[in-house]
Design a protein around this ligand. Structure first.
Ligand SMILES: CCCCCCCCCCCCC/C=C/[C@@H](O)[C@@H](N)CO[C@@H]1O[C@H](CO)[C@@H](O)[C@H](O)[C@H]1O
Length: 563
């Protein structure tokens, strides 16, 4: 039976269980959690360089040490075991394996060893690894030499890296994800410049980056298909991010079309070539028309040749979906002049939110569970009901003080997982779910200010200890029951989870006090460190401020004398 798009019974909770064998997991990514940015022969990534530039990341934070995941394989696998997860999703840092990004230059065996250990330890504990090859940390050399994803040469370099991973790890990995959220790579990396490499190539950069990424994905899929699949029997997919877009006025055809455009410019931009061989018609129409109005001879949206179309079509054994939120969409005509050309203006729409939607953390993230079911049904109808793994779903909090009693996250998970269950009942082929994320971690341009973790990480403590939030208890019970058995039990889970977290909160508060005291003692007893910290944190800013002030006074004095 087809999904009824006109119905929107937002409130009703569905009690029931997931199909047998449904896979429960949690995720992470290399740059966000590993730390050890310059250890054991690792090369620089674009995120190492970007985060070290002043003013790019909130509070100038970096992922230099982050959760120190590089040194904590055993600790983190115990957390995964504690949750009784079936799978764990992580990414491989390209410059950790190939420091310059170019395979013929050098392979870093220490990097290989690290992932060998992680994979082996997961498998010893019966946890299936799901491996992402690209979660945004491009080797810096490739950015500097070729312009990164603006350049077609990335296709071959990425393919060589992927091939190395298949060769070294493929005997143990059955699920490969080529790219994580290429939308962000293209738009935030090459259009708005909020992410590494920080380029603002408006109206062109994102489309060009996406074009090369899609080709690189297809090439890697073919490499696996022809060289490895027979022996290794794994699957290769891609993880696409997609927010849902709902028309503001469902009786207004213009709003309906604008909402469809929103989703096509987001998820469809990547999914349509991969499933159907070419960009969505609406993207070709809109970008093409605007480009013509701007006096350009060809569309800013690149085109695939007939050979490329058939090469790209069908290169997906499973589709990863990263989903966090929803927007209301209405039609809005944007100016078509060249100076305002951008991916955003090309869409001719406005994004709105309902002020009643809960918004606990990230600015862009509102809790709108019903949008998830609609997005999953959209995937089913548009792309022939592919096998889906939800690769990212979760919510952040913005808390200045420690908070382990994350009731809003319990609510978010409960409702979003329930909408996914409803989607499965609608016939959507969802095989697994990955809570985002296992740990609090570096959140890109937001630094450490947004916490997505099931486990709290105390970043102020050098050992980066992890503490379970209440949502760990809740998620654990969803997994153990493979769903939601009945109202009484599910209510009980929530209550029990919240009860246990207050004692963990006290434990953490005590530990934080202890580590603050230890830091003070360290500063007193370690003259070199305290001298360095005093130089960087007090002396340098003070000298700079004084110099600016003195120069200003001197300048005023000179000007006065002239007059
Ligand atoms: C008319 C002109 C308008 C210009 C407006 C420009 C504003 C651009 C704002 C872009 C905001 C994008 C926000 C969406 C982001 C999510 O889809 C994305 N962050 C999901 O990716 C995952 O996010 C996780 C949480 O941050 C992260 O941990 C994970 O690594 C990402 O894969």
């Amino acid at each position: 039976e087809d999904f009824d798009w006109t119905k929107n019974n937002h409130g009703a909770f569905y009690y029931g269980t997931f199909p047998a064998g449904f896979s429960w997991g949690a995720g992470s990514s290399a740059y966000q959690t590993e730390g050890a940015w310059d250890k054991d022969g690792k090369g620089l990534s674009i995120w190492d360089v970007f985060s070290h530039k002043k003013g790019k990341i909130l509070l100038n934070e970096t992922g230099d040490s982050s959760c120190e995941g590089y040194y904590k394989i055993k600790d983190d696998v115990s957390l995964i075991k504690e949750l009784k997860l079936n799978h764990y999703r992580f990414s491989i840092s390209w410059p950790r394996l190939i420091p310059t990004g170019i395979k013929s230059d050098h392979i870093n065996e220490k990097g290989i060893q690290y992932y060998d250990q992680l994979i082996d330890h997961l498998l010893e504990n019966k946890i299936t690894p799901i491996v992402t090859l690209y979660h945004w940390d491009l080797p810096q050399v490739l950015q500097e030499k070729y312009g990164g994803w603006q350049n077609i040469s990335m296709v071959n370099h990425f393919n060589e890296f992927a091939n190395l991973c298949f060769e070294r790890f493929g005997n143990r990995i059955k699920y490969w994800i080529t790219f994580n959220n290429p939308w962000s790579v293209a738009v935030e990396g090459y259009e708005t410049g909020e992410h590494a490499p920080g380029l603002k190539l408006r109206g062109m950069g994102a489309y060009r980056a996406a074009h090369n990424i899609i080709k690189a994905h297809a090439k890697v899929w073919h490499t696996y298909d022809t060289q490895w699949r027979g022996k290794q029997k794994g699957m290769v997919g891609i993880s696409l991010s997609g927010d849902w877009g709902e028309p503001v006025d469902i009786s207004n055809q213009k709003d309906i079309e604008a909402a469809e455009r929103y989703v096509q410019f987001y998820l469809g931009w990547f999914a349509t070539p991969i499933f159907h061989g070419d960009y969505p018609q609406v993207m070709k129409d809109f970008v093409g028309r605007k480009s013509a109005q701007q006096g350009l001879g060809t569309s800013r949206l690149p085109t695939f040749s007939p050979q490329e179309k058939s090469y790209i079509k069908g290169t997906c054994d499973f589709l990863g979906i990263g989903h966090f939120t929803t927007r209301y969409i209405t039609q809005k005509n944007n100016p078509s002049d060249r100076s305002s050309s951008s991916y955003f203006t090309d869409r001719d729409l406005a994004e709105l939110v309902d002020p009643r939607w809960p918004d606990p953390g990230s600015e862009w993230l509102y809790s709108v569970p019903w949008g998830f079911r609609r997005l999953l049904n959209f995937v089913k109808t548009q792309y022939g009901n592919p096998m889906i793994y939800v690769t990212e779903n979760g919510v952040s909090e913005k808390m200045s003080c420690t908070e382990l009693c994350d009731e809003w996250r319990i609510q978010y998970f409960k409702e979003y997982i329930n909408e996914m269950l409803k989607a499965i009942k609608d016939g959507v082929n969802v095989k697994g779910y990955t809570a985002w994320s296992l740990l609090d971690k570096f959140e890109w341009d937001e630094g450490y200010s947004e916490r997505f973790g099931l486990y709290y990480v105390d970043f102020r403590n050098r050992n980066k200890p992890r503490y379970p939030k209440a949502s760990v208890q809740f998620y654990k019970r969803v997994i153990a029951s493979n769903g939601f058995p009945n109202q009484r039990e599910v209510e009980n889970w929530r209550r029990k989870a919240v009860e246990t977290c207050s004692s963990s909160n006290q434990l953490l508060a005590a530990e934080e006090q202890r580590s603050t005291a230890a830091n003070i003692l360290r500063l007193i007893h370690d003259p070199l460190t305290s001298h360095m910290e005093m130089v960087t944190e007090i002396v340098v800013p003070t000298v700079c401020t004084l110099s600016i002030l003195l120069s200003a006074i001197f300048l005023m004095f000179l000007l006065r004398r002239r007059n």
